[in-house]
Design a protein around this ligand. Structure first.
Ligand SMILES: *Cc1c(COP(=O)(O)O)cnc(C)c1O
Length: 465
């Protein structure tokens, strides 16, 4: 499989190059040259597979030419061996035709593990084959950092530096990162805000000499391999609920649009998905877009669901590319307008196509807490604020009878204990694997908010003079 850029100018690449490259050189995002599809019979034959077996079948067409079936099977086996639930992504029923899929049984208790655990092993495999190594650098306000660290820890061909704003992440989130003692994991507490951390990382990547010298790389949510690994659980849920002989609807709590885009890919591959309900908090750029056809940037406000507190949904560009019939020049123009004026408007035809499949719904913090309380009272299921937005969005949408709706639960309630306690009076405890998190020793370096210091620190840590 070859991959092309959404802005139409960067060279087409193979899967392993796309894995290591991340962003395309023309500023676009890589997507497969064509969508591989399954026939109805082929989808039916996927029923009854284990999560790992299904993952191999779903990802196989995307890695063709880069990984053999044996290699893919081995990487998938390693990736999901660290998950605690035998079903990997269990479905729970909340009511007639209402389901949640729990995507928080990985090592850091958030859905990002489902992609990053695979990506960590895939990176290591490809790098070893090439005899090269990389230095991953990233900034985090919480969730992504720990999932990336768990994915890269103890990999010989990778060093990972994660910056967090000193004193500005929750204790659970910081400790999930800083208590990892692996020699290739380097946590940095930067004396600044999350934006300072992001700016510092951007400055490192903009320094081409340093970037090449250190072989800098990222594992952010625009990496195609992350999307690909997420396609699997849409098939998993769909097959469990009767696909391909019955349609299904997904409600997805959305930030960067990576998760819900993976669902779109599953639909392109032939899974009968009737609709996507895109849930947002007060940072509702996507909901406003689906209401008006205009994508317009606004300031970010803090909410109970911080992993969705975003200004721009970067993966949306991949959907635009398809809606504009893969016209890279059109996407490039829209993105240029967005950069210049903070807004763009989608033409009538592509807009109609998107509205046929997506609906945006916004939830306030008050509504989110009310849903957490109500679902706990009526089903016993404890939802974190992100997952609650999905469930509430699923309930708000109007659907014909007999179509199951699956809300994606993207984080374990114990990751957001304050919000869950405020809603229910019940403080969720950490699962056993993290029960001693507050007794573990922490390891991190404190650095001033200064790019020169950061560069020197990375050089010194990696023994490069
Ligand atoms: C990252 C994250 C999201 C948003 O997912 P996107 O792929 O960015 O849309 C939602 N919930 C949780 C808990 C997350 O960590």
């Amino acid at each position: 499989m070859r991959y092309v850029s959404t802005r139409g100018e960067a060279p087409a690449l193979s899967f392993d190059d796309v894995l290591l490259t991340g962003l395309a050189r023309d500023g676009g995002l890589y997507v497969p040259e064509h969508w591989p599809t399954f026939t109805v019979d082929e989808i039916r034959s996927l029923r009854g597979l284990s999560y790992q077996e299904l993952a191999v079948q779903v990802m196989k067409p995307f890695v063709a030419g880069s990984l053999t079936d044996e290699e893919l099977t081995e990487l998938v086996g390693r990736a999901y061996a660290t998950f605690e639930h035998a079903a990997v992504a269990p479905l729970k029923q909340l009511g007639p035709d209402q389901w949640v899929m729990e995507l928080f049984h990985g090592p850091t208790l958030a859905f990002k593990d489902y992609a990053l655990q695979f990506v960590g092993h895939a990176f290591e495999h490809v790098l070893k084959k090439r005899g090269s190594r990389i230095t991953i650098v990233g900034a985090t306000s919480g969730d992504t950092g720990s999932a990336a660290i768990e994915a890269c820890r103890d990999r010989d061909a990778i060093d990972i530096f994660i910056l967090h704003p000193k004193g500005r992440t929750s204790d659970v989130q910081r400790r999930q990162m800083t208590t990892v003692q692996a020699p290739n994991v380097h946590n940095i507490a930067l004396e600044g805000t999350f934006d300072d951390c992001q700016d510092a990382v951007k400055a490192l990547f903009a320094d081409t000499e340093f970037r090449d010298e250190m072989a800098l790389s990222a594992v952010n949510s625009i990496n195609w391999a992350r999307i690909m690994a997420q396609v699997v659980y849409y098939f998993w849920a769909g097959l469990s609920l009767g696909a391909p002989d019955r349609g299904v609807v997904f409600a997805v709590p959305t930030g960067n649009f990576g998760n819900v885009f993976a669902g779109y890919v599953a639909r392109r591959m032939g899974l009968p998905i009737e609709k996507f309900v895109v849930g947002s908090n007060s940072n509702d750029i996507l909901t406003r877009f689906f209401e008006t056809g205009a994508m317009t940037m606004e300031g970010v406000v803090p909410t109970l669901s911080p992993s969705m507190d975003i200004q721009v949904s970067s993966n949306f560009e991949r959907l635009l590319f398809d809606a504009y019939e893969r016209d890279g020049q059109a996407v490039k123009n829209l993105m240029a307008a967005f950069r210049q004026s903070g807004t763009y408007t989608v033409a009538e035809e592509p807009m109609a196509e998107m509205l046929g499949l997506f609906e945006g719904l916004r939830l306030s913090d008050e509504e989110t807490k009310a849903v957490i309380a109500e679902v706990r009272a009526t089903t016993g299921e404890l939802l974190d604020p992100h997952s609650a937005i999905a469930v509430a969005a699923a309930r708000k949408t109007g659907l014909p009878d007999g179509v199951p709706v699956v809300a994606l639960a993207t984080a374990h309630p114990a990751k957001f204990p304050d919000a869950v306690e405020a809603a229910t009076g019940h403080r969720p405890g950490l699962p056993e694997r993290l029960a001693d998190l507050f007794e573990r020793a922490e390891k991190f370096d404190v650095l001033p908010n200064d790019v020169a210091d950061l560069r020197a620190h990375i050089r010194k840590t990696l023994h490069v003079s």
